[in-house]
Design a protein around this ligand. Structure first.
Ligand code: ARG
Length: 563
């Protein structure tokens, strides 16, 4: 329920001459300390109009304000502090959640509009980096959040499956590669070949010429080149799929860079017809000086198209195919210039819909404060990270709950969930440090803590072994329950915030808060005691588990029933 709305309506009636309902609503604050009530109205907003001291206004308003959902009103300094009727509000909120279950907080802002989400997008023949992991899990959570507010997300893996590196790989493979090795460990072997190519090319520049020639062959559709490319791509993709399976993440499309090969000519033609192409030392560019950006490099002097050319084709293709309401690109912050250029070129082409494209950038994952980089071969292999997280979770389960059924499965849900949750709980633009030991702890601000809280709630419900009755009064009047209820009631608002900011961390932080409030409640209340509020308390426990599960689901994290 929107109790702010009720308070705003009641206050507005009293100040109708001076403020509109919207103004009152906007002015309402949530006091920092619960002792100051649940909602506060700053009376100084009326001081000028009424020509009175704010304290006096607060006093008068406090005296007049009354409603069934309001327990008491206190003027504190220039504020009118409203204390809600805990019993009445709790009753309403718990009824709402009991009726709507996981649908609580669902909205229809999107009106079913399509939203392509460009996410994950690793490069063939290279390992998925921690940066790609971020893109994958943030993109997936955003897709869930967009869906929750009524959009139709389309998850697109824009694979890096084209480019001059394939010329290098082919040369390296033909010189030093072996089929068995590639089959056994595709990404490792292809990366090794790639690294060796660079090392040897330093000494022998002819290799670079050969690589260029092989890439040219590939572009021209040479059979051998195409065959090797297809093979490298499918072997790599199979490795990537293992990780996506572990994460439980699926895609609607794997149209990567190569998909746009036959769409390049049209892009160049469009740009040419718009009269915005210029030549610069043999290269073909779009000047973006009026946007204060570097020129967009469309074609190299040898005619090869570039990253941005493919993104132009992709953007146009997505608009035509999906007629999107919004188009998202979940890609690291370091590419923000690229996406500015992309939008600018589309605007130069006269496409207003470029405004609906949003780059959703994110920061780096560091270790011991240092950037992780692929170049120096210091890649953390994601699969290893997820396996290690699972092992560490299993260790904790063995300590805490050694007799748990299907321990392995739960350990996987907890270990993988821990890594995903840790990634999502930080504001996406912040860089953050990754320390696996810390990430998988059952205590602290971690995914396992939230999962554990949910499992604990479910275990209370199992112990109670009671049919929950929602046809009756569910009013509870205790301070710890109240903190929980207020948070539960806030869930729809949290989802809207997460959606508006493209920020899954809002949901992750919320699930931590709700878990903390619930654990406080549980620590201070005898939930199972047989009295006339037992049913209401159990309905509260059930509501908490419902919302924690829904929150975790939105983040792409599983909720094991027992752990
Ligand atoms: N493959 C690129 C990389 O690893 C990311 C692609 C992002 N998506 C896009 N449409 N440009 O850096």
């Amino acid at each position: 329920m929107d109790y702010k709305k009720i308070v705003a309506e009641e206050i507005q009636k009293l100040v109708a001459e001076h403020l509109t309902y919207d103004q009152v609503y906007q002015l309402l604050e949530v006091p920092k300390y619960t002792e100051h009530g649940d909602v506060a109205f700053p009376a100084f907003a009326l001081a000028k109009a009424l020509r009175k001291a704010p304290q006096a206004i607060a006093g008068e308003l406090a005296e007049q304000l009354a409603h069934a959902y309001i327990e008491k009103v206190e003027p504190i300094g220039p504020y009118v502090n409203v204390f809600l009727n805990k019993k009445a509000v709790t009753d309403t909120v718990l009824h709402e959640i009991a009726a709507e279950q996981g649908e609580f907080g669902t909205a229809n802002i999107g009106l079913g509009g399509n939203v392509p989400i460009d996410m994950s997008s690793p490069n063939i023949a290279k390992p998925i980096s921690m940066g790609h992991l971020r893109s994958t899990v943030i993109g997936n959570a955003l897709a869930n959040i967009m869906k929750k507010v009524g959009y139709n997300p389309i998850k697109i893996n824009h694979l890096g499956d084209w480019g001059t590196q394939f010329g290098k790989l082919i040369v390296a493979y033909k010189l030093w590669g072996s089929e068995e090795k590639v089959k056994a460990e595709p990404i490792n072997e292809l990366l090794t070949l790639y690294v060796r190519f660079h090392a040897e090319a330093e000494e022998n520049d002819e290799l670079n010429d050969e690589a260029r020639a092989w890439f040219k062959k590939l572009e021209d559709g040479d059979e051998e080149a195409l065959h090797l490319w297809t093979w490298f791509r499918s072997e790599s993709l199979q490795e990537f799929m293992k990780i996506y399976d572990m994460l439980g993440i699926t895609f609607d499309s794997f149209n990567g860079e190569a998909f746009y090969n036959d769409k390049m000519d049209e892009v160049v033609e469009l740009l040419d017809n718009a009269g915005i192409l210029t030549q610069d030392r043999g290269a073909t560019i779009v000047d973006l000086e009026k946007y204060n950006l570097n020129p967009a490099l469309i074609k190299k002097s040898d005619g090869a198209t570039l990253y941005i050319t493919r993104d132009l084709a992709a953007a146009i293709y997505r608009k035509r195919t999906y007629d999107f309401s919004m188009s998202l690109y979940v890609v690291g912050n370091e590419q923000s210039n690229h996406f500015k250029q992309l939008k600018a070129v589309l605007k130069e082409l006269g496409y207003d819909w470029a405004e609906d494209m949003h780059h959703v950038p994110f920061g780096l994952i560091t270790q011991g404060g240092k950037k992780l980089s692929t170049r120096q071969g210091k890649v953390i292999l994601l699969e290893e990270v997820l396996n290690e997280a699972t092992d560490l979770s299993l260790k904790q389960i063995n300590e805490k709950n050694p007799t748990l059924e299907n321990k392995e499965e739960v350990a996987k849900a907890v270990g993988v969930g821990a890594v995903v949750f840790h990634d999502l709980k930080n504001d996406r633009l912040n860089n953050f440090d990754f320390d696996l030991e810390e990430v998988v702890q059952f205590e602290g601000e971690t995914g396992p803590y939230v999962q554990y809280t949910n499992a604990r709630g479910l275990s209370i419900l199992r112990k109670a072994d009671a049919e929950l009755e929602t046809a009756y009064d569910l009013g509870l009047d205790d301070a710890y329950a109240w903190e929980v209820v207020k948070l539960l009631n806030n869930f729809p608002e949290i989802i809207l915030q997460a959606y508006e900011k493209f920020e899954p961390s809002v949901v992750a932080k919320y699930t931590i808060q709700l878990s903390q409030a619930f654990n406080k409640y549980y620590g201070n209340t005898k939930v199972l005691v047989e009295d006339d509020q037992r049913n209401a308390r159990l309905v509260l426990v059930k509501a908490v588990t419902t919302i924690l599960q829904e929150g975790l689901r939105l983040l792409g994290v599983q909720s094991p029933e027992k752990m």
